[in-house]
Design a protein. Structure first.
Length: 106
């Protein structure tokens, strides 16, 4: 089984097991993956982008204030080594738009 498929399968189970079935089902209905054009732009800017991230973005193009079907969603997709602190996934465009954010902030 591919890494993204395996991860998503486990994540879906975690949502279902923790009273998140309705949220997950809605997310699955509205979300879509990044376009080839957006993936190519990301690869141009970051030639060493991990293949697993590209595959994840092809599955879902972001979960942090990302608009799908006219509604912005925020949806935890990534785990963390800090308990109770999951992460969102930026879309391919958000990754590019915020590439200098840390430099500009500090």
């Amino acid at each position: 089984m591919k890494i993204v498929e395996e991860y998503v399968k486990g994540l879906k189970k975690a949502y279902y097991d923790n009273e998140g079935k309705e949220s997950w089902d809605y997310f699955e209905r509205v979300m879509y993956g990044a376009s080839n054009e957006d993936i190519n732009k990301l690869k141009e800017e970051y030639p060493n982008v991990p293949d697993s991230l590209v595959k994840l973005l092809k599955y879902v193009d972001g979960t942090y204030w990302r608009e799908y079907e006219g509604e912005k969603i925020v949806f935890y997709l990534l785990g963390s080594d800090v308990e109770e602190y999951p992460y969102y996934l930026l879309s391919a465009n958000q990754i590019l738009e915020t590439k200098n954010e840390a430099v500009d902030f500090y």
